[in-house]
Design a binder for this molecule. Structure first.
Ligand SMILES: Nc1nc2c(ncn2[C@@H]2O[C@H](COP(=O)(O)OP(=O)(O)O)[C@@H](O)[C@H]2O)c(=O)[nH]1
Ligand SMILES: [Mg+2]
Length: 685
C-alpha cells in the first residue's frame, strides 16, 4: 500500500534542450531527497536516468526515464526526457502523464530550440509550466538578461519565485518567506519579485485583492495557494526558479516548490480523453478518485531483448492492484496484472496497488502498446486520449541487409524499435522492394542503427531512399473500357464507365458507386474497385501512387455467362488509367519544414545553399551562444542527404530537423524527368 495519497503526488516532466542539465538535475533532486547516497554523473555513465547502454556511450539522454522520491510527506514522480530535437517525440510522449512540464534552460546557452518547442507544446496541452534556469554557477551565465529574454519570448507572466545571490552560489526565496534573511540578490530584489508575483496571482481572486489593496494586509502563502494553482492552470503565471544541479544551489528550494506550489493530480488541468470513434467521439471527463473504475494511459513502452516489454502508464482514475484484470482499449480479452511496478531508472520495485494520479508499469504484457488506454470495465472500452501531434518522421534511409539470413531478425528488431518510439517509422515499399526507416533527423536514425547493432546484433547498409512522390489529377474526366476476351470455352466480359475528379489536398482516395438498374451486378462492384485501387497504388504516369481523387462508377455492361470478377477488375483499372491521362495529371512532391541550427558565421552560406535547393526561408532567430536558428520550407528531394552538406558548411557544428509540411506539384521539368524515367509494366490484361 502506498503511504501517500493522491493529494501528495506531484508528476513533473523535466524537459528542455539537450545539455541543459535535466539528467543531472534529476540526480541532484534524488540525492537531496535521500534516494541516492551520492550523485552520479552523465559523463561517467552513472546517472540514474541515463541508464541505457547507448546513453552511457554517448553521454546524453536518448529516451525518457522515470524516477520517484518521497519528500516532506509528498511523493514526486519525475520524468527525465531527452532534449535534442531528434528525440523530441519521446519527450512529447510523456506529457499526458504529468501536471507540470518543467522546462529547464541552460543559463550559459540561453533559450534554445527545444525550449521553444516544449513551452509551446505544454501550453497547447494545457499543462502547468515551470521554468528552471540551471547552471547558475557557470561563469558565463548572465542571469538577469536571460530572465529578460525569457519574459520577452514567453510573456511577462514568467516571474521569478526565487533569485540568485552571491554570484549564483545560492538562491533566495521570494515567495514563501520574502523577508527572512535580507541577503542581497544578484539582481532585482526579493521585495520586487515578491510584489510582482502577488500582484499577478491576486488578479484572479477578488476577495483577496480587496484585502490586499484596501486593508494593506499581508497575504500568506496558504491564502494564495488556490489562486496560485488557478494562475498556473490558466497560463496566467509561469514561475521561474534558479538552480545549479552540480553545486546543489537552489535544489532544496526547488523540491520545496514542487511540494508546496506545483499541482497535485486534482489541481492540474485533466488531460482530454474522448469516448467513441471518429467524429462521433465525445469528451470523457476523468476524476482522480479511487472509487471509480480504473483508467490509465500508457505513455511509454520499452522493449528489452531479454527482460521483455515494459508498459509505463499514468493512472487517471480508480486504483490498480496486483493480480487484477484489466483490458486494453476495446480488446475483449483481459490481461492479469502479474507484476505492478514503480520505476527508479532501470530498477523496478514491485508494489501491491497504486492510487489515482500515480505512475507505474506492468511487465511482459504483449498487447500493451504506446498510447493505449487500460481500464477495468467494458464501460470504458472506447476511450482514448486526444492525440498528440508528433512531428512526422521525414528523414529517411533505405536499408539493406548485410548478411543474408538476417532478414527476419532485422524485421523483428525494427518492429520493436517502432513500438517504443512514436517518431520512428518503418515503411516497406513492395513495388520498389525497398524498406525505408524514417525518423526526425540524422542523429535519430544513427542511434537506431547503433541500437540494432549493439543490442540486437544485426547490421544493415543504408542509402538515401527514393522520394515518396505521388500523382494526382487537376480536372474532371470520364472514360470507359470494355474488357472482352474469347479463349476457347467461356469468355470474359465486363464494361465500366467511370468519372474521376480531384479532391482537396490530403483527402486521399474515394470510391463511389452510382450504378443503377444492375447494369453492373452488385457482386462485381468490388472487382471494379479492386482494379481501380490497383492502378491508384501503381501510379499512372510516373509509377507513384495517386492521391486526392474521387472515382465514381456510373454505368457499365455485363454478360450473364462471360462476366467474371477478373473481367471487371481489368475494365475498372483500364478505364481509370485512361481517365487519369485525360485529367491533366501532375506529380506532387513532399515539402518539409526545416529547422537548422547553425553558428552565426555560417548563416550566409546556409541561406545561399538553401535557395539553390528551391528552399524558402520563413524565419531566422538568433539564439544565445552564437547560434542562429533558421526555419523554412524545402522540397524533401532536395535535402535527401543534407547532413553531409550541412556538416561541410558548418564544420560539423550545424544540425537540422525536418517535419512534413504538405505536398505540392513538382516543377514542369522535374515532372518530365520523372515521367521519362518510368517504364510501366505491360499488363497482359
Ligand atoms: N556548470 C554546470 N554544469 C552542469 C550543471 N548541470 C549539468 N551540467 C553539465 O552539463 C552537461 C549536460 O548535462 P545533462 O544532465 O546531461 O543535460 P541534459 O541533456 O539536459 O540531460 C553535463 O556535462 C553536466 O555535468 C550545472 O548546474 N552547472
Ligand atoms: Mg539528459
Amino acid at each position: 500500500m502506498a503511504t501517500y495519497t493522491t493529494a501528495d503526488i506531484r508528476n513533473i516532466a523535466l524537459t528542455g534542450h539537450g545539455g541543459a542539465g535535466k539528467t543531472t538535475l534529476a540526480e541532484a533532486l534524488l540525492h537531496h531527497a535521500g534516494v541516492i547516497k551520492s550523485m552520479g554523473s552523465v559523463e561517467k555513465g552513472t546517472a540514474v536516468c541515463d541508464f541505457d547502454a547507448l546513453e552511457k556511450k554517448h553521454q546524453h539522454s536518448l529516451d525518457s526515464a522515470i524516477v520517484s522520491m518521497d519528500y516532506h510527506g509528498g511523493h514526486i514522480n519525475l520524468i527525465d526526457t531527452p532534449g535534442y530535437p531528434d528525440f523530441i517525440g519521446r519527450a512529447m510522449a510523456v506529457l499526458p502523464a504529468v501536471e507540470t512540464c518543467a522546462v529547464v534552460i541552460n543559463a550559459q546557452a540561453g533559450i534554445e530550440m527545444t525550449t521553444h518547442k516544449l513551452m509551446q507544446v505544454a501550453k497547447e496541452r494545457k499543462l502547468d509550466r515551470l521554468i528552471i534556469i540551471n547552471k547558475i554557477d557557470h561563469p558565463d551565465a548572465d542571469l538577469q538578461s536571460l530572465l529578460t529574454s525569457i519574459q520577452e519570448t514567453f510573456g511577462s507572466e514568467c516571474l521569478p519565485v526565487n533569485l540568485p545571490a552571491n554570484h549564483g552560489s545560492q538562491v533566495v526565496d521570494c515567495f514563501f518567506q520574502p523577508k527572512a534573511d535580507g541577503i542581497k540578490t544578484d539582481f532585482s530584489s526579493v521585495e520586487e519579485a515578491h510584489t510582482q508575483i502577488i500582484d499577478q496571482v491576486i488578479e484572479l481572486d477578488e476577495v483577496l485583492m480587496q484585502i490586499y489593496l484596501e486593508q494593506g494586509e499581508e497575504i500568506t502563502p496558504e491564502q494564495l495557494h488556490d489562486p496560485f494553482e488557478q494562475a498556473l492552470r490558466e497560463d496566467h503565471l509561469v514561475p521561474v526558479c534558479f538552480v545549479s544541479a552540480t553545486t546543489g544551489a537552489g535544489i532544496p528550494e526547488l523540491l520545496e516548490l514542487f511540494a508546496r506550489l506545483m499541482p497535485n493530480p486534482m489541481e492540474g488541468n485533466t488531460p482530454e480523453f474522448l469516448q467513441g470513434e471518429g467524429k462521433g467521439a465525445k469528451p470523457f471527463e476523468i476524476h482522480p478518485h479511487p472509487q471509480l473504475h480504473a483508467l490509465a494511459h500508457v505513455f511509454k513502452v520499452s522493449i528489452d531483448p531479454y527482460a521483455g516489454k515494459l508498459g509505463m502508464f499514468r493512472i487517471h482514475q480508480g486504483r490498480i492492484a496486483r493480480d487484477s484484470q484489466l483490458f486494453i482499449g476495446d480488446a475483449r480479452k483481459p490481461f492479469k496484472v502479474g507484476h505492478l511496478l514503480k520505476l527508479q531508472g532501470k530498477q523496478n520495485i514491485e508494489i501491491e496497488s497504486a492510487i489515482p494520479g500515480d505512475i507505474c508499469a506492468v511487465a511482459k504484457i504483449e498487447d500493451i502498446h504506446f498510447d493505449a488506454v487500460i481500464h477495468d470495465s467494458h464501460e470504458e472500452d472506447h476511450i482514448h486520449l486526444r492525440s498528440i501531434k508528433f512531428p512526422a518522421p521525414m528523414y529517411g534511409l533505405a536499408i539493406e541487409v548485410k548478411s543474408r539470413g538476417d532478414e527476419q531478425k532485422i524485421s523483428d528488431a525494427l518492429h520493436k524499435l517502432q513500438a517504443e518510439d512514436p517518431s520512428f517509422l518503418v515503411e516497406h515499399h513492395a513495388s520498389l522492394n525497398e524498406t525505408v526507416i524514417r525518423g526526425l533527423g540524422e542523429l535519430h536514425l544513427r542511434m537506431i542503427l547503433e541500437k540494432l547493432k549493439d543490442t540486437y546484433n544485426v547490421e544493415i547498409d543504408t542509402h538515401p531512399p527514393r522520394i515518396a512522390y505521388c500523382e494526382t489529377i487537376t480536372t474532371i474526366a470520364e472514360s470507359h473500357y470494355r474488357h472482352k476476351k474469347q479463349t476457347g470455352g467461356a469468355g470474359q466480359f465486363g464494361e465500366v464507365y467511370l468519372r474521376i475528379e480531384p479532391l482537396p489536398r490530403g483527402e486521399g482516395f474515394e470510391f463511389v458507386d452510382e450504378v443503377v438498374g444492375g447494369v453492373i451486378p452488385r457482386q462485381f462492384i468490388p472487382a471494379v474497385e479492386k482494379g481501380v485501387r490497383q492502378a491508384v497504388e501503381e501510379g499512372v504516369i510516373s509509377g507513384h501512387p495517386l492521391q486526392d481523387i474521387r472515382v465514381t462508377v456510373y454505368d457499365g455492361k455485363y454478360h450473364t455467362v462471360d462476366s467474371k470478377e477478373v473481367a471487371f477488375v481489368s475494365a475498372g483499372k483500364k478505364a481509370f488509367i485512361d481517365a487519369v491521362k485525360k485529367a491533366r495529371p501532375v506529380i506532387l512532391e513532399p515539402l518539409v519544414n526545416i529547422s537548422i541550427m547553425t553558428p552565426n558565421q555560417s548563416m550566409g552560406d546556409i541561406t545561399a545553399d538553401l535557395s539553390v535547393r528551391r528552399g524558402r526561408i520563413t524565419d531566422t532567430v538568433s539564439l544565445s551562444g552564437g547560434i542562429t536558428n533558421i526555419r523554412g520550407q524545402v522540397p524533401l528531394s532536395e535535402i535527401n542527404s543534407y547532413q553531409s552538406q550541412l556538416k561541410s558548411i558548418t564544420g560539423g557544428a550545424g544540425s537540422f530537423s525536418i517535419e512534413l509540411s504538405h505536398y505540392d506539384p513538382v516543377p514542369a521539368r522535374k515532372q518530365q524527368e520523372l515521367i521519362a524515367e518510368f517504364h510501366p509494366r505491360e499488363d497482359e490484361g
